[in-house]
Design a binder for this molecule. Structure first.
Ligand code: AMP
Ligand code: MG
Length: 404
């Protein structure tokens, strides 16, 4: 039943239900930052490919490695070189970090624990078998799976792809996300603001959120509060993988989104969610395409996007965990009174202080006050009811941006 008031968690389930992971495309590894892997990657050989030295020092035979032993230095191996011959009893190789261990050697002693005079090195420590040797294959064994589908490619993953000798990699296609701003009052930045008009800020803020989530925004022209115009715009948006509209989902005379969706044969799966800001959220499926009808208020649209559309984009990308924003307990740095019939998502600024996360709620929480989102990196989650939190109280938060 779409009309009942449902929890945010239930709405998230319904928002994700129609989303399918998209197909893959190949991209150069250097251009793959932030993309989601769509294949299994195995190590083509042992990594590292040879036993090598973890220190600058001397490669020796552990059997020779008494404190005070004098060994003859027969050569030097630097990183990228190979020893010219095997080490015999009583001999040492000068060796640098990363250089392959010469045959016959089975330990490295760091240079700080040696004295060198001509071609003789005197050990000033006892040496144990395999001291300071990094084992061949200790990072990855030949054939081992090093990365799998659903992993977001960040710095360490790109480095790992290169160490697996990959120049190209299969990643999921970025979902295209059609963005429709609806409202007779809206004007784009290059249009004059006639009396009664306001700027369309949602198209810009939501396009940025789409990109941050890994999608490709397709911003469509502003749609008037007119059923036929809305139906035409939504039909046109169907070419995208996901459709997001803002405005026109409440119960006003000019709120046509739900009616138009029904006329177009969409299945409406939710339209009232237990949250503030953002109660009217129309979740629907239109010919298999997930549709997210968000409220028009700038803050509501951003909060609802974060809770429902971002996870949908992550799911379309094939992410293992589409609900990827971290939750944490934060300590309030001032008293906070919250009262209401719905669960609040209060914008706040969180920072790390005295060993904990400390949050300052934004002074104004109106859903039309876009400036309350400036610098906001946390949504404080407070359940319905009357709450009087003291300064120092700990509450749940969803982290939506980096800490200051
Ligand atoms: P609605 O959800 O259509 O009732 O709109 C709620 C409020 O958000 C109204 O004050 C609208 O003017 C405002 N609004 C709707 N769409 C946008 C938009 N794209 N950019 C900025 N404000 C908007
Ligand atoms: Mg409107």
């Amino acid at each position: 039943m779409a009309g009942e008031l449902i929890s945010v968690e239930e709405a998230q389930r319904r928002a994700l239900a129609p989303v399918r992971a998209l197909g893959a495309e190949r991209v150069p590894v250097a251009a793959a930052l932030g993309r989601v892997l769509a294949e299994e990657v195995t190590a083509p050989h042992d990594v590292p490919p040879h036993d090598n030295s973890a220190m600058d020092g001397y490669a020796v035979r552990a059997a020779d490695g008494r404190d005070g032993a004098e060994l003859r230095v027969i050569g030097e191996v630097a990183a990228g070189q190979m020893a010219t011959r095997a080490l015999a009893a009583g001999e040492a190789y000068r060796i640098m970090t990363g250089a392959p261990i010469p045959p016959g050697a089975d330990a490295v002693i760091m240079q700080e624990h040696c004295e060198r005079a001509g071609d003789v090195v005197t050990l000033r420590r006892a040496v144990k078998l395999r001291d300071h040797i990094r084992d061949r294959g200790e990072d990855a064994r030949a054939g081992a799976i090093v990365l799998g589908p659903g992993v977001t490619l960040r710095a360490a993953e790109l480095g790992t792809l290169a160490s697996a000798r990959r120049a190209q990699v299969a990643v999921t296609r970025r979902p295209t996300v059609a963005l429709l701003s609806t409202g007779d009052e809206l004007r784009d930045v290059d249009q004059p603001l006639d009396p009664g008009a306001i700027a369309d800020s949602n198209s810009y803020a939501l396009a940025a959120l789409v990109r941050e989530a890994g999608g490709e925004p397709r911003v469509l022209p502003i749609v008037r509060d007119d059923k036929a115009a809305l139906a035409a715009a939504i039909s046109d948006a169907r070419r995208a993988d996901l459709i997001v509209s803002t405005g026109g989902v409440s119960v006003g005379e000019h709120d046509h989104v739900k009616a138009v969706l029904a006329e177009l044969g969409a299945e409406l799966t939710a339209w009232r969610v237990d949250m503030k800001p953002g109660k009217p959220v129309a979740l629907a499926v239109l010919d298999g395409t997930p549709y997210y009808g968000l409220p028009g208020n700038p803050v509501s649209s951003m909060v609802a996007f974060t809770l429902f559309v971002r996870p949908a984009i992550r799911a379309a990308l094939g992410c293992a965990q589409p609900l990827d924003l971290p939750r944490a307990r934060v300590r309030l740095d001032a008293p906070l009174a919250v009262r209401g019939e719905r669960r609040h998502f209060l914008r706040a600024r969180a920072r790390f202080a005295d060993g904990r996360l400390v949050a300052t709620p934004m002074p104004r929480q109106g859903s039309g006050i876009l400036s309350s989102m400036l610098g906001a990196n946390a949504l404080l989650v407070v359940d319905a009811g009357t709450h009087q939190f003291d300064a120092g109280a700990e509450i749940d938060a969803l982290l939506i941006g980096p800490l200051e």
